[in-house]
Write a protein that binds this ligand. Sequence first.
Ligand code: NAD
Length: 369
Amino acid sequence: MSNTKNILMLPGDGIGPEVMAEVKKVIDWSNDKRDTGFEIEEDLVGGACYDAHGCAVTDDTMVKAKSADAILLGAVGGPKWDNVAREHRPEAGLLRLRKELDLFANLRPALVFDALIDASTLKPDVVRGLDIMIVRELTAGVYFGEPRGEETRDGVDYGLDTQIYSEPEIDRVARVAFDLAKKRNNKVTSVEKANVMESGVFWRKIVSKVHDADYADVELGHMYADNCAMQLVRWPAQFDVIVTDNLFGDLLSDCAAMLTGSLGMLPSASLGTKDPVTGVIPAMYEPVHGSAPDIAGEGKANPLATLLSHSMMLRYSFDMAQDADMLDQAVQNVLERGLRTADIMSDGMTQVTTSGMGDALIEELGKLS
Ligand code: NAD
């Protein structure tokens, strides 16, 4: 039986190609040493695609994205494309991928590596061992709800957005959170503002319904979003999986991310609905950071966020938990050896380049395999 896994790699702009080159090294290593059967097809997205084709992602690339087993994306954007028409801006490529693949669940882990504990602005005792997974609903809610825009009522001008969720939209993201919790510490905190928002009351009702029907063995708690923001900085270790809507998830995932110290360390995954015939879950894995034009081409970019995104791909798209654990451990080991890219550099550590970090990681993988 073939074990071929088709990956569409979209390095994008700025530091995207630099950090993706390190992922390629790891994939080549695992194909060679562990017979993992990854086949990479590379393509353009963002500003790089605009320069070549006049749009942020081509129809041809969308066809490849829809048939790939998983997508790995670097980053898009940069000042070069600031004056391009909105529909062709680099970010439009990302939005099209998310929308057409219906990637409704955005997974953002906030994990503190012991070696980087001092990079957090919080006290070591508060963040030690921190391991939270935030599941943000990504394709509905107030960022998409209608009506939206400006209108005049009784001679007064208004700006408005609409927070609206259907039962299926809440149901499917709740299931992602409960399934994840089962593989972690079996606890979900559902976050809304049921105290002041009708959509929050509804969110809580549907999450509870899904829980009681199919996940009664998972511990479920409910929390108001403002309290959750406070608890994230007061006592983050109380959380395992947090599930929340698009708007609150946007804010809370950034807040949780910063508990860990550096943008260069943060991976993410966006998942869609499993195809009932092929069993494939559409999925795109990407670092949280952008294209960092200020350091692009200088060998200063930290590739670990993208490598950890690859680890999420192994875990969630291919059920390769052992390989994912090994990669996570290799990241931990290079940090414990004192190797640091410029963004996480501190006294007494050894500064390495983007490719230096990738090479050290391969070395650690070699020791672990
Ligand atoms: P950014 O994340 O690119 O950079 C913010 C700061 O963090 C910069 O100082 C940068 O040098 C640093 N940084 C980011 N990633 C790093 C890494 N891996 N290693 C070391 N340092 C790193 O955010 P920005 O400056 O606000 O945006 C730059 C461009 O990226 C913009 O065009 C923006 O629209 C785009 N952007 C894209 C995405 C994406 O592709 N998903 C996300 C955010 C921003």
